[in-house]
Design a protein around this ligand. Structure first.
Ligand SMILES: [Zn+2]
Length: 77
């Protein structure tokens, strides 16, 4: 998937590691994952999630879909 840039390709701001909230809208419901490790542009707020984290998020979304959850809210880490 996407590589983490050392500086923001949009505004050339500094990219630092931080946390974000990941939301995925399944047709069956919505999954919200808080506390997701991410890289965030300090200037414009653009976010990047690395591959291992993306894989975990996909697994979480797949599980929620199986359970037919309307709204699933959880935290990572
Ligand atoms: Zn930026």
């Amino acid at each position: 998937m996407n590589r983490i840039p050392s500086k923001c390709p949009i505004c050339e701001g500094k990219v630092e590691s931080g946390k974000t909230t990941f939301t995925v809208d399944l047709t069956s419901g919505i999954v919200v994952v808080r506390n997701v490790p991410a890289f965030v542009c300090t200037q414009c707020g653009e976010e990047w999630i690395d591959d291992p984290t993306s894989v975990k998020l996909e697994a979480i979304a797949a599980r929620a879909k199986e359970q037919n959850a309307q709204i699933e809210v959880m935290a990572m880490g």
